[in-house]
Design a protein around this ligand. Structure first.
Ligand code: FAD
Length: 404
């Protein structure tokens, strides 16, 4: 049986895989996405987009489509459960640094249909659902992929992008180590349509607490007033079943709002998941490239996970397009690894771990020092701008671009 020959195969129709395919298709390159699931997945995951991400997605028309349904969040808060508001950060200070001086909140599962719809307008792009990758091998000239268990469904490709998430089969097939660790505690995500704005909360707030920190995000949902989503760490002694109950949701919500909520509120969604800090040892293995969660995973504090996956997708497909369309030297693909791996280790891993440690800090003196530091950062325009250039990932992109 002759194998079906493809130019580029992207494994995984998550946001990173679809974006890789869209940019390649936009550059005139035939591309096939294979996805294990029968349709786009709709579970609750990331939902914060930083300014550089919006800048990168703008030329493809994706940012405009996202802005139509997303919520612009120009102000976000650093809070403490006991002390209340510490600082409200105003991102308007970045107006000369970016066209988008705000965070955009939009559910990840509402971004993927945008990407999918745009991809469908290219006749040389296809997305094959219910096509799980089982095996991958490569020679000097091509990559062979067994899709499904039947030998008839074997594909070959010149290039493969593994965008198949944290448990990536592509990464495992290439025997690439996923270096790092898994946190002992799980995180729970709890959503309500109870409006927190009248209680003084900005659309995004991080609340430190030595027992159980809280991160609030207002998400647009399908219509106003949207949903308030809370992420909290879960005590290791509790079972998943005990956490996934409205009683637990309400107990945590009441604690998070520090006595401002007397009665139960509707809990509309709940989930629980494990959190890791891991980076693949290589982002390239000959003709196979990793992007997004298959290359790196981190805790959600700071909202860097999906953003950095999108930064990978744009960086990688710009370079792969040059290799395919302009016969650029393959060394350019190693530059992708150098740029994106270093920035992930130096910035995404470091800052997400720092954010977590600061929110859960138990020592009262260190906690007070941090509050003083945040207030000082917010006290003048130079310091505030520097702080926000970092937290909004603008510095991370500038750092990556300097790497040769
Ligand atoms: C439960 C959960 C909650 C999260 N919450 C947050 C958050 O609050 N904030 C934040 O910033 N980040 C969060 N993240 C991380 C964020 O969702 C990821 O960074 C983002 O999904 C990465 O996108 P991706 O396209 O790389 O991978 P994914 O979104 O995981 O997409 C991978 C795709 O590959 C497909 N696939 C997998 N294996 C195969 C195979 N063998 N063959 C074919 N297809 C395959 C999958 O079905 C999926 O569609 C969360 C992640 C999880 C798991």
């Amino acid at each position: 049986m002759a194998q079906i020959k493809k130019n580029v195969v992207v494994v995984g129709a998550g946001p990173v895989g679809l974006l890789c395919a869209l940019q390649l298709a936009h550059n005139g390159i035939p591309v096939t996405v294979i996805e294990a699931e029968p349709s786009l997945t709709i579970d609750l995951r990331a939902g914060t987009f930083h300014p550089p991400t919006l800048e990168m997605l703008a030329p493809l028309g994706v940012t405009e489509a996202m802005m139509e349904i997303g919520i612009q969040v120009p102000r976000w808060q650093s809070r403490d459960l006991e002390e209340g508001l510490i600082v409200e950060w105003d991102m308007a200070i970045l107006k000369n640094d970016t066209k988008y001086p705000f965070r955009l909140h939009l559910e990840q599962h509402r971004l993927t249909p945008i990407l999918f719809k745009m991809l469908q307008s290219y006749p040389h792009a296809e997305v094959l659902f219910s096509h799980p990758l089982h095996e991958l091998t490569q020679t000097e000239d091509e990559v062979s992929l067994l899709v499904g268990k039947d030998e008839k469904s074997r594909l070959t490709a010149k290039w493969v992008i593994g965008a198949d998430g944290g448990k990536s089969i592509v990464r495992k097939a290439c025997d690439i180590e996923f270096e790092g660790y898994t946190w002992p505690e799980r995180y729970s995500v709890i959503s309500t349509n109870f409006d927190l704005a009248p209680l003084g909360y900005a659309d995004n707030a991080y609340i430190s607490d030595p027992v159980q920190w809280i991160a609030f995000f207002k998400m647009p949902d399908v219509k106003p007033p949207g949903l308030w989503r809370m992420t909290v760490p879960v005590d290791e002694s509790l079972s998943d079943e005990a956490v996934l109950t409205p009683e637990y949701g309400n107990q945590v919500m009441k604690r998070a709002l520090n006595g401002q909520l007397q009665k139960d509120i509707p809990i509309l969604h709940q989930s629980i998941y494990r959190v890791h800090q891991r980076v693949a040892k290589q982002f390239r293995h000959h003709r196979v490239l990793l992007a997004g969660d298959s290359a790196h995973v981190n805790n959600p504090l700071g909202g860097f996970g999906l953003n950095s996956g999108i930064h990978d997708a744009i960086n990688l497909t710009e370079k792969l397009s040059k290799v395919i369309n302009e016969n650029a030297n393959l060394e350019i693909l190693n530059l992708y690894e150098r740029q994106r791996k270093s920035v992930n280790l130096q910035y995404v891993q470091e800052l997400s771990v720092k954010n977590k440690k600061q929110l859960e800090e138990k020592d009262p003196n260190i906690r007070q020092e941090r509050f003083a530091f945040l207030r000082k950062m917010n006290s003048n325009d130079v310091l505030r701008r520097e702080y926000l250039l970092n937290s909004s990932m603008i510095n991370s992109i500038q750092t990556a671009n300097l790497i040769q």
